[in-house]
Ligand binder design. Structure first.
Ligand code: ADP
Length: 173
């Protein structure tokens, strides 16, 4: 009998969102999904959404790239790409098997449940997995970070220093 360990196929996950801006909460979800569920994560940065963005897609992408590059554990296992069009088309094009989302409070649940259901209808071979926010990031939301930054508050406990710098610059302009 062959006792060599099995070589499982590589598992690729897509983590979609606006990342306006990327927070410690997002990075925590990426890190934990790599530990628990997938071998590589594509972070898909949405262009269009019903939300009004503070940062341009270009800046949101480059901040994510910079934070990933500055995080040794993630450098070779994460790719950051713009998301245009339908998410499930993007997932299929990149041959990913898993969609990754984070859940903070109960208030996230309704929207996430609806979106996961819709995406399942569009392609039932793609599974959405949810990771619960870590206790220390439970209240970290991009929208709150933007508000605090705009009012001149200190956002260093929510975001990477590179992001704090970019937001402070934006607030001054
Ligand atoms: P969206 O614009 O779709 O709400 P976001 O960019 O805000 O997306 O977030 C992307 C994903 O990350 C969502 O699943 C969201 O619930 C999750 N998320 C955001 N902040 C946190 C956090 N602090 N902890 C865990 N998950 C989070």
């Amino acid at each position: 009998m062959n006792s060599a360990p099995l070589q499982p196929p590589l598992r690729l996950g897509v983590y979609p969102g606006s990342f306006d801006p990327v927070t410690h909460g997002h990075i925590d979800i990426i890190t934990r999904s790599l530990r628990a569920a997938v071998d590589h994560v594509i972070v898909a940065v949405a262009t269009v959404s019903e939300k009004k963005h503070l940062l341009s897609q270009k800046l949101r992408l480059s901040l994510l790239e910079d934070v990933i590059a500055a995080t040794p554990e993630l450098q070779t296992r994460v790719t950051v790409l713009p998301l245009e069009g339908l998410l499930m088309d993007f997932v299929r094009t990149h041959r990913a098997q898993v969609l990754i989302r984070g859940l903070r409070a109960v208030s996230d649940f309704d929207y996430e449940f609806q979106m996961a259901g819709m995406n399942r209808r569009l392609d039932e071979t793609i599974e959405t997995i949810f990771l619960m926010a870590s206790e220390r990031h439970h209240f970290v939301a991009s929208s709150l970070v933007r508000e605090v930054a705009a009012l001149g508050g200190d956002i260093h406990s929510f975001v990477h220093p590179l992001v704090a710098q970019a937001l402070q610059k934006q607030a001054r302009n």
